[in-house]
Ligand binder design. Structure first.
Ligand SMILES: [Zn+2]
Length: 350
């Protein structure tokens, strides 16, 4: 076992990640699949218990017995329970802080998200038109009538930045790990200030941005602290970080409902366990952001993506908008205690 320390200063997060022999590769790291080494030293009765409980949703086995269990990134807790299982990958909930995460060990910097089809401008209904209402809603609240620099981290093909570039007074910048996506943004959308690679390596000055956005990024990052720390430094004092990410409260309920109706169907999206490795809630996302120095984390509502999984079906679209209206109403009636919308979080830097 070897350890490494988080390079961040502001987060104060002491990472002790086990690498090598004591951290199994993804396929063997299924926490409910004991191997010989894990069982070493256990009594026969204990071994029987391990096998009896290996799929137990109470997570007794996963939380207590397995030495390869991942640490919770929010509280360092190692006791978890299984709340869902997606094709052999358990989704865990930390017993200490309630954070939900996938047991899949994802690559820290995955750059293969944009395939050939996504790079075809004629097939970009999802990224362009479907997201338009949401992006316009954002601009109305945060950009119109103001001026400054905005940085979109994980800007993908650049459609958000393209819209921002039409708002007077704002200079858009972007960073994206996928080089083909950056090339697309530069060639097809004629965006100039877009950098490929990790944000940590981008040639950007500290204290330069008024707004930083993370659209559908944070859930993909197995270790979000280095990125959030970099963003904190890039923001000006009183700058804001905006994040959009799925709400685990809703996603988990939907996944369970789908499983109850149609079982586990390989063509159905459940929690995307190998892609969305951290699933945040209105309670746990502020914990993450507070640990990185952000304060006053609040949630807003924006019009949803006008499509379900890329479909242009009007009924699906209407259902999605009806859900959005209901979520807004419920949030208002419960004085912010019940948020069933996607998470649109706003965090401030002092
Ligand atoms: Zn925790």
């Amino acid at each position: 076992m070897r350890t490494r320390d988080c390079p961040t200063i502001l987060c104060g997060w002491d990472v002790t990640t086990t690498i090598g022999t004591s951290y199994s590769p993804p396929d063997q790291s299924y926490l409910g699949r004991p191997n010989d080494n894990e069982n070493e030293g256990l009594s026969l009765s204990c071994l029987i218990m391990v096998h009896l409980f290996k799929y137990d949703r109470s997570g007794w086995y996963n939380g207590v017995m397995d030495p390869t269990v991942r640490k919770c990134i929010l509280c360092d807790g190692t006791s978890h329970r299984v709340v869902f299982e997606e094709f052999g990958t358990p989704i865990l909930r930390c017993r200490t802080c309630g954070h939900v995460f996938s047991s899949h060990k994802a690559e820290p910097h995955y750059d293969g998200y944009f395939g050939e089809e996504q790079l075809d401008p004629a097939k970009n209904f999802w990224w362009n038109e479907a997201h338009g209402k949401m992006y316009d809603g954002f601009s109305k609240i945060f950009l119109e009538g103001k001026t400054g620099n905005i940085l979109d981290v994980g800007c993908g093909l650049g459609y958000f930045l393209k819209r921002v570039s039409s708002v007077p007074g704002w200079t858009p910048y972007g960073s994206e790990i996928s080089k083909p996506a950056v090339d697309f943004a530069k060639i097809h959308l004629r965006l100039s200030n877009v950098y490929s690679g990790r944000l940590e390596d981008a040639p950007l000055h500290d204290i330069a941005f008024d707004v930083v956005t993370l659209w559908d990024v944070i859930e993909h990052l197995p270790e979000p602290y280095p990125l959030l720390d970099r963003i904190f430094h890039l923001l000006k004092p009183r700058g804001i970080l905006f994040l959009h990410t799925p709400n685990v409260r809703v996603q988990l309920a939907k996944a369970r409902l789908k499983r109850a109706i149609k079982g586990m169907d390989p063509s159905t999206h459940y929690l995307e366990a190998k892609d969305h490795v951290h699933l945040y809630s209105p309670r746990t996302l502020p914990l993450l952001l507070n640990r990185c120095g952000f304060f006053d984390v609040r949630f807003i509502h924006l019009p949803p993506i006008q499509s379900v999984s890329g479909s242009q079906n009007r009924l699906f679209k209407a259902a999605k908008n009806a859900w959005y209206q209901s979520a807004k109403t419920l949030d208002a009636l419960s004085f912010g205690r019940l948020n069933i919308d996607n998470l649109f979080a706003v965090a401030n830097k002092r």
